[in-house]
Design a protein. Structure first.
Length: 80
């Protein structure tokens, strides 16, 4: 039961976080892209087209950071 609390809950939380990222960000980006196409400015089209994948990587990194802080990973492994 101790292993479940130490490893299972952070792993499940990270899995749920990852699923949320990949189900919520693409529709949000599509909606923003449609909004940007309605405007007359070109900068917002470029910004939206460039922002999608880095945003996913940012939130994955954020979730991974929370997982590393919550799971009992040895400190010498954390630096890698």
């Amino acid at each position: 039961m101790k292993a479940l609390h130490e490893w299972g809950i952070p792993a499940i939380a990270f899995l749920v976080w990852t699923i949320l990222i990949f189900t919520l960000i693409p529709p949000i980006m599509r909606r923003l892209k449609r909004k940007a196409e309605q405007s007359q400015h070109i900068f917002d089209d470029i910004l939206i087209s460039v922002l999608g994948m880095p945003l996913i990587f940012f939130f994955l990194g954020l979730g991974l950071n929370f997982f590393i802080e919550a799971a009992p990973i040895p400190t010498k492994w954390v630096k890698y």
